[in-house]
Design a protein around this ligand. Structure first.
Ligand code: C2E
Ligand code: CA
Ligand code: CA
Length: 685
């Protein structure tokens, strides 16, 4: 059993175990010995122990020792492996005796300590090694003493500071680099000295001599002596220029518009917030927000393409920047919307002067994709003196003022005032109510008689919508039609009007069977006219109401026909093809070009009531009525004078001779019941 145990030890040991004869020749060796020296068992058994020695002297000392005492313990010796490697070994050995006490040879155990010796070697050169690392790594290494004087300043530090180690060693950090104080590094060093490990923020550096510049960040740790005392600070300094640059780029992107490079909405609102805080502390400080929207930008985009549109936006951004002062901000909020932050405008005229400069600067055409492009803008201005709590409020009011500028005819600016706010709130309320009005059947039609001046009799009516608001009573169309135009509700409302009016006139013609069938004029909004399914909707209504199309007169405004698009012409032709009559409403107020009158199948011109109103006053507009009547006659069209209020106007019109007239002088627009009474009376003028 014990034999077995020894055998296992012998076989498994990591140290070499051997038995030799007196002459040193091997009797037995274990597997570890074969691994250690790289020989096969046969090779070793044919050799002698002394052949493994690197120095004969070691062997001699070994023999001397073992012969004297019978054993050697922890004998340090260099042995050679088969491949020539020298192994550092610790050898313990003892004499083997035979049964009669005679010497048989030796047995021993060899431990290879080469690995351990190597690390001891490194340890010896540690200082040199450390110096090498410290001077060659691509990070700054600094050691400060307790007074925060430089004790070590490695090569990397020399590179990024442009200072040589000799110039700084022994001097206080803040004396050598005063900017460390303003960057808060001084305070961090003090904390490290107190035992904390702290990371500095990114600190800029620049060496004028080499032009090298960038950012560093350092980790400061207390320098602790082997005795546990804090004897200074150790800093590892990293060049963070690349990371900082990437971060800065990301931050920049997050706050700037990619196309124009201008600040974006986020940055604009951020600066706006800052100014608002400033006004809280400085009550006499006033700033302005200008909201700018390009007029008809979509037209450029659609006709010249997006690339040209982009070019235009970039150029406009540049011009805007030329119009403002240094402290002002020009931002692009998106699309064709820009916003300006006008710093310190104590007087409203300081802000409007900027708007005027902008409008003037837009007079010069832009070059976009080799085309000359003329563009105008509508500008709304809000001033902080109105008193705002949050940025959204002032932006909203500038927007409202801009919207006002658009309504007032574009290419202009408006300054926000209280009234405008009330109007904006009102529009919002109308919008909400209007959406309900359709479902609740709150609309009704009034009809204004149109008089055939030759016969002095009613020839037909114009249908005019009325809104019976549950709280506000009858709301005139001027108040809600523009809102409905804006939000698109005009389309369903318009179809309802057309159907109702067509049904009504058909009923009246049946009931009163006048000498000439009554006509019905219906106002068609531009939005409605440009609807893709206009003809389908119209056909369905003609079908459902059974109205004779020849009795239907659609009133459209010049703004529709002036577009002179293929689509408009085709639609007008299709309407005419159905026998429907077409009338230009508010004629004379729109565009100066009359060329469209020849191009389109128009039946009637309705002279705007502002011209009719001039009759009887000395002015040159009354003459316009004559001119329009003459024009219509030349073109083979009928003329209608609207807004006739006095007998004087009527007699003038009778001389000039438009075929038709309508106005309060004859009758206001009335509910169907009242019209029926009138039709029953069959009045003559
Ligand atoms: P409009 O088409 O020019 O309609 C004529 C307007 O002049 C009507 O105002 C009418 O009541 C008013 N009026 C009539 N005679 C006189 C007069 O002698 N003197 C004066 N000062 N005014 C007179 P209303 O009904 O308030 O309509 C205003 C505008 O609303 C209309 O102008 C029209 O553009 C629009 N509108 C009315 N109903 C509809 C509709 O059903 N659809 C669409 N799209 N627009 C409508
Ligand atoms: Ca009309
Ligand atoms: Ca009109």
């Amino acid at each position: 059993e014990s034999e077995d145990r020894y055998r296992a030890l012998f076989e498994e040991s990591h140290d070499a175990i051997y038995f030799t004869r007196s002459d040193g020749s091997f009797v037995e060796v274990n597997p570890a010995a074969l691994r250690m020296f790289g020989y096969t068992k046969d090779e070793l058994l044919r050799g002698r122990a002394q052949q493994l020695y690197v120095n004969a002297e070691d062997r001699r000392r070994f023999r001397e020792e073992i012969e004297r005492t019978g054993f050697v313990r922890n004998f340090r010796v260099r042995l050679r492996a088969k491949d020539g490697r020298e192994l550092d070994c610790v050898l313990s050995s003892m004499v083997r005796h035979g049964a009669a006490g005679e010497v048989l040879g030796y047995q021993g155990i060899i431990h290879d300590v080469s690995a351990r010796t190597e690390s001891e070697l490194k340890l010896r050169d540690y200082e040199h090694f450390t110096r090498t690392i410290v001077s060659s790594i691509h990070q700054g290494v600094i050691v400060y003493d307790q007074e925060l004087r430089y004790q070590l300043f490695n090569r990397f530090m020399e590179e990024i500071t442009g200072m040589r180690s000799e110039q700084v060693i022994g001097r206080r950090a803040t004396d050598v680099f005063p900017h460390l104080v303003e960057n808060g590094v001084d305070a961090l060093l003090q904390r490290a000295l107190a035992g904390e490990t702290v990371q500095s923020p990114d600190v800029p550096y620049s060496i004028p001599a080499t032009g090298r510049a960038g950012w560093t960040s350092a980790l400061y740790s207390p320098h602790v002596s082997p005795e546990g005392e804090i004897i200074g600070v150790v800093a590892i300094v990293m060049d963070t220029t690349e990371r900082k640059r990437a971060e800065d780029q990301l931050t920049y992107n997050a706050f700037h518009d990619a196309l124009t490079g201008l600040p974006n909405r986020a940055l604009f609102v951020d600066r706006l917030e800052r100014l608002m805080r400033h006004t809280k502390r400085h009550t006499d400080y006033v700033f302005g927000v200008a909201f700018l929207d390009l007029d008809r930008f979509k037209l450029v985009n659609d006709s010249l393409g997006h690339l040209a549109g982009d070019e235009l936006l970039i150029a406009i951004g540049r011009r805007l920047q030329e119009c403002v002062r240094l402290g002002d901000t020009v931002a692009r909020l998106g699309g064709d919307e820009f916003a300006l932050l006008l710093d310190n405008v104590p007087d409203a005229t300081d802000a409007t002067a900027v708007a005027e400069r902008i409008l003037a600067s837009l007079v010069e055409p832009f070059i976009a994709d080799k085309h000359e492009v003329y563009i105008t803008a509508s500008i709304g201005i809000a001033l902080s003196s109105t008193g705002y709590e949050i940025p959204e409020e002032i932006l909203r009011d500038a927007d409202t003022a801009m919207y006002r500028a658009k309504l007032e005819g574009r290419s202009r600016y408006e300054v926000f005032d209280r009234q405008m706010h009330e109007r904006a709130v009102h529009v919002l309320q109308v919008d909400t109510d209007l959406r309900r009005a359709i479902d609740r059947n709150e609309f009704m039609l009034h009809y204004q008689p149109i008089i055939d001046l030759k016969r002095g009799r009613i020839t037909g009516f114009e249908a005019l919508i009325r809104w019976q608001h549950p709280q506000r009573g009858i709301v005139p169309p001027a108040e809600f039609i523009p809102v409905a135009e804006e939000n698109g509700l005009i389309i369903p409302i318009g179809w309802w009007v057309l159907e109702e009016a067509a049904r009504q006139v058909t009923a009246w013609n049946e009931r009163f069977s006048p000498q000439q069938p009554l006509t019905m004029a219906v106002n068609l909004s531009p939005k409605q006219f440009l609807q893709g399914d206009l003809l389908d909707q119209l056909d369905a209504i003609l079908d459902r109401t059974g109205i004779d199309p020849a009795l239907l007169r659609l009133e459209i405004t010049e703004s529709v026909v002036i577009r002179n698009e293929q689509r408009v012409a085709a639609t007008l032709d299709a309407l005419r093809g159905r026998g429907i009559q077409l009338c230009i409403d508010d004629f004379g107020t729109g565009y100066s070009s009359l060329s469209y009158l020849h191009a389109f199948p128009i039946d009637t011109l309705k002279i705007d009531r502002s011209f009719v109103g001039q009759i009887g006053f000395t002015g040159n507009n009354a003459g316009l009525v004559e001119t329009i009547v003459a024009l219509s006659r030349n073109l083979g069209m009928a003329a209608v004078a609207e807004g006739v209020e006095t007998a004087e106007q009527l007699s003038f019109l009778r001389e000039v001779g438009p075929q038709y007239a309508q106005g309060y002088f004859f009758s206001a627009a009335l509910a169907a019941g009242e019209i029926e009474e009138m039709l029953a009376r069959d009045p003559v003028w």
